[in-house]
Structures are given as structure tokens and as C-alpha cells.
Write a protein that binds this ligand. Structure first.
Ligand SMILES: Nc1ncnc2c1ncn2[C@@H]1O[C@H](COP(=O)(O)OP(=O)(O)OP(=O)(O)O)[C@@H](O)[C@H]1O
Ligand SMILES: [Mg+2]
Length: 255
């Protein structure tokens, strides 16, 4: 029997994410020197630059795919994940999604610093569409997975980076997501926790869930991904198999 990641199976799977001509622009304000401020008094337009973090990005993702999103620092990976997750809006283009989405984005994203771990679990679960009763059922399992029970009633602003990620990952994998977005964050977990996350990701793959993974680890990409999309200066410069993607990634470093 072909596995979930078999291209023949994936070809027939429904599309769960479709990005069409997605572009995202940021306005960069440059710090002015005191002299410039006096000379340009009141006319600051010169110090605003448009910066396109994503340009005309288009692709479709079939259910059950694990897709690796790679590229140099600043190439637009985190921005693309946020657009796919609906956390920020593109300036142009559209994103369509099917199914429940859980996202592990930059450190602390989605957590309220003044609330405790416990309160954040409930807050996050309700944002992701779980009822209080459902969260009650999952709660202990989330805490057990995170292994931070001792600190569950501490405000998360006092958490270490690893503790944040532990709790965020535990929540994300307990809300029964159809689509899981994972930014680089896993790298801050210690080795045993990273291994635990990897086996959870493999379980998700076997269950036919869709995973979009940003990683700087070639080994991780090769191990996990059916498909790799390479970003360079906000453009998709490669979309294909993992081996080809890693080659294109190395090439993109030179541009
Ligand atoms: N809110 C923002 N305001 C202005 N510029 C931004 C903002 N968010 C991202 N950028 C810019 O967009 C570009 C892409 O950033 P992004 O975080 O998507 O890169 P990345 O590929 O995730 O990089 P890394 O590998 O370092 O995580 C960068 O040049 C960044 O400075
Ligand atoms: Mg990033």
C-alpha cells in the first residue's frame, strides 16, 4: 500500500491551502539624524521605504503533504507563514484554506505575557475553536506533553524560550489541527523535547495531516518533507522535491 507521502496518493488529495499571487509590503521607517530632521522639518516622506517581503507567491498544497519552506534569513518565510495563517493580511493576492489550523510561529506569538500558562492554554484553545469542556478534557494531556506542570500557574512572561515552545507545541498538537504551521521555533527545545516533537510530527504525517515547516536544518527538511519551496527575496525560486530544493537553497545564498 502506498504511504501518505506517495506522490500518487497526494496527487488525488484535495487542496487545503491555495496562495494566489500573494504579495506583502512593509513600510520601513529609517531613523533620521538630528541634522536631517532639522533640514527636512515636517517632510519625512524621504525616510519611508516600501519593502516587498513577498512578491507574487503562488502555490497549492494538497492534504497530507509536509512542505518545507526554506530560504536565507530575511527571505520571507515567517511572513509567508503568517499570511497563510491569517495572522497578517497580504497587500495583494489571496489565501484560501480548508480545515482547522494551528500555528507555531515566532516565540511567544499567540501567548498573552501577563496570563499564566494555564490561562493561555484556555485562551489559545478557544481561539482555535475548542469549547471549554473540550479543553478541560485535553488540559492534563497538554501539560503532560509540555512537561512544565510546575510552572503552569506562572505568568508566561517569566518562561524561558524553551518553556514557551513546549507549551505552544503541546497546545498546537492537541487541538486536532488539519494544518500545522511550524516556524523555526522547535530549535530552541532541548534534545529530548525536539525528539518528542519530531515523533509527533511523524505521527501527524501518518494521520494524513498537512504540515508546513520552516527550517534551516537540511537534515530535517530531507527527513520530513515531501516537497520544498525555496524563497529568495520574497520570490519563490524553486518548488519541487527536497533534494532539488536544498540545491536551489544553496544557490539562492549567492544572490
Ligand atoms: N513587521 C514588519 N515590518 C517591517 N519589515 C518586516 C516586518 N516583518 C518582516 N519584515 C521584513 O520582511 C523581510 C522578511 O522577513 P521574515 O521574517 O519573513 O524572514 P525569514 O525568511 O523568516 O527570515 P529568518 O530566517 O531570519 O527567520 C525581512 O527583511 C524583514 O525585515
Ligand atoms: Mg523567520
Amino acid at each position: 500500500m502506498p504511504s501518505q507521502s506517495d506522490p500518487r496518493v497526494l496527487a488525488k488529495a484535495p487542496t487545503v491551502v491555495r496562495a494566489t499571487d500573494v504579495s506583502k509590503r512593509f513600510v520601513i521607517r529609517k531613523e533620521k539624524s538630528l541634522k536631517e530632521r532639522i533640514v527636512n522639518f515636517g517632510r519625512s516622506q524621504k525616510h519611508k521605504d516600501d519593502f516587498w517581503a513577498l512578491r507574487n507567491v503562488s502555490f497549492e498544497i494538497k492534504a497530507g503533504t509536509t512542505i518545507g519552506l526554506v530560504g536565507a534569513n530575511g527571505s520571507g518565510k515567517s511572513t509567508l507563514l503568517k499570511v497563510l495563517g491569517g495572522i497578517i493580511q497580504p497587500n495583494d493576492g489571496t489565501v484560501e484554506r480548508r480545515g482547522r489550523l494551528a500555528a507555531l510561529l515566532e516565540l511567544g506569538a499567540g501567548f498573552h505575557p501577563d496570563l499564566t500558562g494555564r490561562e493561555n492554554v484556555y485562551l489559545n484553545s478557544s481561539i482555535l475553536g475548542l469549547s471549554r469542556k473540550q479543553t478541560d478534557e485535553y488540559f492534563q494531556s497538554i501539560v503532560d506533553f509540555s512537561e512544565i506542570e510546575e510552572f503552569i500557574d506562572t505568568q508566561v512572561k517569566f518562561y524561558s524560550s524553551g518553556m514557551y515552545v513546549r507549551l505552544a507545541f503541546a497546545i498546537a498538537v492537541h487541538v486536532d489541527p488539519d494544518i500545522l504551521l511550524v516556524d523555526e521555533v522547535l530549535a530552541v527545545g532541548d534534545e529530548p523535547f525536539q525528539a518528542k516533537c519530531m515523533s509527533k510530527i511523524r505521527q501527524f504525517q501518518a494521520e494524513g495531516r498537512t504540515i508546513i515547516l520552516v527550517s534551516h536544518s537540511a537534515g530535517q527538511i530531507e527527513d520530513l518533507c515531501d516537497r520544498v519551496v525555496v524563497l529568495s527575496h520574497g520570490n519563490v525560486v524553486f518548488d519541487g522535491d527536497a533534494a532539488g530544493g536544498l540545491l536551489a537553497l544553496r544557490e539562492s545564498f549567492e544572490h
